[in-house]
Design a protein around this ligand. Structure first.
Ligand SMILES: [Zn+2]
Ligand SMILES: [Zn+2]
Length: 449
C-alpha cells in the first residue's frame, strides 16, 4: 500500500467538512425543527456570524469560560473589536432590541439554525465550528413558556427517533435568592479549597456557581456534598419552578432534578435544563467467555456525556444588553452531537427516491437531445439517471445495470432524426421503439405500475 501523503491544505483543528453523507442528517434535523417551529408559531431568524465583541462579553458574562477562553475575537481593519458568535441568544436579543420587536404582540417567538464558534479543545462531539438550532420566547415570564420550549426540544429529539431521552432540570434562582446561595456555596467551597482543581479555586472568587459545572473528578466529590440551591429558592422562584414541573408531569415528560445543573453562561435565571439520550452500548466479552458463548454480549446502558440540547430562562438579558426589562426563555440543540447520537443508535433516514430510468445517448446530436429530455423528466417529477461524460453505449449500459434501473432509454443518431427513442427493459433485455414526444408520459405510466 502506498503511504498516504498529507495534503498541503487541511481543515483547521476542530473544524470539519459536512460531506454529503452527513448533510442528510443535518437536513433531517433542520426539517424536523422547522416543522415544529412552524406549528408553534416561531419565525426563523438568521443573524450575522460576526458581532461586536462586547455583545458577548457583556451578555454571556465576563467570568464564563466561553468569554474568558473560547472566543474568536479580533480587530478589523477599521479598528472594531469583533467576535465570531459563540452562541445564539445574545444575537437574537440584540436583534429583538434593534428592530423594536417590543412593539409586536408579546411574546415574540424566534428560532434559528446555523454555525457557531468556540476555541475549545476538540474532543468527542466538540468542535470549534459547530452547528446549533435554537428556540427563543421573548416577552413572557410565565412558567408555561419554560415548559413549552422544553417540550419542543424533547419532541424534536423524539421525532428524530432518539430513544430513552431524559431531561435534567434545575432552578438557579434569581437576584432575590441567588446572592444568598452564592455566599453559602462560596463559604462551603472555601472550606474545601485545597481539594479543588486550579480552575475551581479561581472560580470561587469570580462565581462559585461555575464550580458546579466542573467535570474534574476531584471536584465532583466536593460538589456532590455542596449545599443545593433548590433548598434556598425564594417564594417566587420556588412557585415558578413547581409550576414548570407540574406542566412537565402533565405532558408526561421524564425528568430528573439535578441540583447541580447551572449551565456555563451567566445570563440564566430560574429554570435551566439539559436533555440527554441514554444509549445502550454492547461490549464483546473477553476471549474465554466468548469461546463458551459466541453470541453472548454484555449490554451496558450509558448516558451520553454531552447534552444534546439545553437552555433556560434569561429574564435579565434584554435589559443587560440595553433594552427594557423583558423576561425570556430559550434553548439550543447541538447538531453534531445529535447526528452522532443518531448514528450511534443506527437511525436510518428515509431514502431519497432512486431513479428507475437511465437515459443513454450515442452521438453528438443525441447528446444534445438527451439534455433537453432530462429536463423534461425533471419537470414531470420523474427521477432519472444519466452519464453525459460517457460516450460509449456499452459503458452507459453497464452503469445503468449497476444503478439497478428498470428501464434504459437509448437515443442514437437515427432515432433523433426519426423522432423516436428505444425503451430497453433491463430485466428481460427486450427493446421497443416509440415516439420521443410522448416518452415522458409513457415512462411515468410504466414506472407507476
Ligand atoms: Zn474543578
Ligand atoms: Zn428567587
Amino acid at each position: 500500500m502506498p503511504r498516504k501523503k498529507t495534503p498541503k491544505f487541511q481543515s483547521l483543528t476542530g473544524m470539519h467538512d459536512i460531506l454529503p453523507e452527513d448533510q442528510k442528517y443535518f437536513y433531517e434535523i433542520y426539517k424536523t425543527a422547522k416543522n415544529i417551529a412552524d406549528f408553534y408559531g416561531f419565525g426563523e431568524i438568521t443573524t450575522p456570524i460576526l458581532e461586536q465583541a462586547e455583545l458577548f462579553s457583556r451578555g454571556v458574562g465576563m467570568a464564563t469560560d466561553v468569554v474568558k477562553k473560547q472566543m474568536y475575537t479580533f480587530r478589523t481593519k477599521g479598528g472594531e473589536l469583533v467576535t465570531l458568535r459563540p452562541e445564539g441568544t445574545a444575537s437574537i436579543v440584540r436583534a429583538y432590541i434593534e428592530h423594536g420587536m417590543r412593539t409586536l404582540p408579546q411574546p415574540v417567538k424566534l428560532w434559528y439554525f446555523g454555525p457557531f464558534f468556540r476555541y475549545e479543545k476538540p474532543q468527542g462531539g466538540r468542535y470549534r465550528q459547530f452547528w446549533q438550532f435554537g428556540f427563543e420566547i421573548i416577552g413572557d415570564a410565565s412558567p408555561v413558556e419554560d415548559a413549552q420550549v422544553i417540550l419542543i426540544f424533547y419532541k424534536i429529539l423524539e421525532e428524530l427517533k432518539l430513544k430513552n431521552l431524559i431531561i435534567q432540570i434545575n432552578s438557579i434562582g434569581d437576584h432575590q435568592c441567588r446572592p444568598y446561595y452564592k455566599r453559602l456555596l462560596g463559604s462551603y467551597l472555601r472550606a474545601h479549597h485545597s481539594s479543588l482543581c486550579a480552575d475551581c479555586r479561581r472560580r470561587i472568587k469570580e462565581n462559585p456557581l461555575r464550580v458546579l459545572d466542573c467535570k474534574e473528578e476531584k471536584c465532583q466529590s466536593i460538589i456532590n456534598s455542596a449545599p443545593q440551591i433548590l433548598d434556598h429558592l425564594c417564594r417566587e422562584c420556588h412557585d415558578h419552578f413547581k409550576e414548570v414541573l407540574e406542566y412537565l408531569d402533565n405532558l408526561g415528560l421524564p425528568y430528573h432534578l439535578n441540583p447541580y445543573l447551572v449551565r456555563g453562561l451567566d445570563y440564566y435565571t430560574r429554570t435551566v435544563f439539559e436533555i440527554f439520550a441514554e444509549q445502550e452500548e454492547f461490549h464483546e466479552l473477553g476471549d474465554q467467555e466468548s469461546k463458551n458463548n459466541q453470541e453472548k454480549k454484555e449490554s451496558l446502558s450509558i448516558i451520553s456525556k454531552n447534552a444534546l440540547a439545553g437552555g433556560g430562562r434569561y429574564d435579565t438579558l434584554v435589559k443587560l444588553l440595553g433594552g427594557k426589562e423583558t423576561p425570556a426563555f430559550g434553548a439550543a440543540g447541538g447538531v453534531e452531537r445529535i447526528v452522532e447520537a443518531m448514528k450511534f443508535a443506527k437511525i436510518k433516514l428515509a431514502r431519497t427516491q432512486k431513479p428507475k430510468i437511465f437515459l443513454a445517448q450515442l452521438g453528438k446530436q443525441a447528446k444534445r437531445e438527451i439534455l433537453r429530455l432530462i429536463e423534461e423528466f425533471r419537470q414531470a417529477k420523474v427521477p432519472v439517471a444519466f452519464s453525459l461524460s460517457k460516450d460509449s453505449l456499452k459503458s452507459q449500459l453497464k452503469l445503468a445495470d449497476r444503478l439497478g434501473v428498470k428501464y434504459t432509454l437509448i437515443l442514437g443518431q437515427k432515432e433523433v432524426v426519426e423522432g423516436k427513442i428505444i425503451i430497453r427493459n433491463m430485466q428481460t433485455g427486450k427493446q421497443k421503439i416509440t415516439a420521443t414526444k410522448t416518452i415522458v408520459q409513457e415512462m411515468k405510466k410504466k414506472i407507476s405500475k
